[in-house]
Design a protein around this ligand. Structure first.
Ligand SMILES: CC(C)(COP(=O)(O)OP(=O)(O)OC[C@H]1O[C@@H](n2cnc3c(N)ncnc32)[C@H](O)[C@@H]1OP(=O)(O)O)[C@@H](O)C(=O)NCCC(=O)NCCS
Length: 167
């Protein structure tokens, strides 16, 4: 089990017991606007997702040290089609704009680096300016424009792709 500590956060695995806390963002259409997963309709859907994560090392909850509360989650996963590691994140809306996503994303990238990752990629809906700013602050550079779709195919977003290499 991996725990990552940053200045204000502990990044830790999530369990079913976190369902209510996690549903605060998985069930929020504003948070879900550009995410590929369908917004959760109830806390049971969130618990199902949390159960499906068990044993997956690369998915982390972001826990605020000050309050002990989960405020978001993110992952860093190897994507065979890009031969690179992709970072992703989403936060409870009342915690936006405080630098938490940048702090967490940097920690995820460092964690993957320590596990052998050297090539990284990321993508965000071009309209989702905040996410692009997080990536640039982490050292990512523009690669190309493209698209991505929600997992259920219900929506396709114009997207900006980024890459980063670490020695
Ligand atoms: C995208 C998201 C993770 C950003 O989280 P955050 O913690 O608010 O981001 P940060 O505070 O680290 O901000 C990073 C940079 O973006 C800027 N920023 C934040 N919100 C912004 C906005 N709405 N528009 C433009 N820039 C914004 C910040 O000012 C900061 O840059 P600065 O330090 O130079 O000022 C958050 O808004 C979120 O969870 N959105 C919903 C889920 C999502 O879209 N995830 C990404 C999918 S690709």
């Amino acid at each position: 089990m991996s725990l990552i500590e940053t200045e204000r956060l502990i990044l830790r695995p999530m369990t079913e017991a976190d369902g209510e806390a996690v549903f605060q963002w998985t069930g929020d259409p504003a948070v879900n606007r550009y995410m590929p997963y369908p917004v959760h309709k109830n806390v049971e859907e969130t618990k199902d997702w949390l159960r499906s994560l068990q044993g997956k090392e690369e998915e982390f909850g972001f826990c605020q040290k000050e309050t002990g509360q989960l405020i978001g989650a993110g992952s860093i996963k190897y994507r065979e089609e890009f031969d690179a590691w992709e970072v992703g994140y989403n936060l409870r809306k009342d915690c936006w704009g405080k630098g938490y996503a940048t702090e967490a994303a940097r920690a995820l990238l460092q964690w993957a680096y320590e596990h052998g990752a050297r090539r990284f990629m990321a993508r965000h809906a071009t309209a989702n300016v905040a996410s692009g700013n997080v990536l640039k602050k982490c050292g990512y550079q523009f690669s190309h424009l493209g698209q991505y779709s929600r997992y259920d195919g219900s929506e396709t977003f114009d997207a900006t792709y980024y890459t980063m290499e670490m020695e």
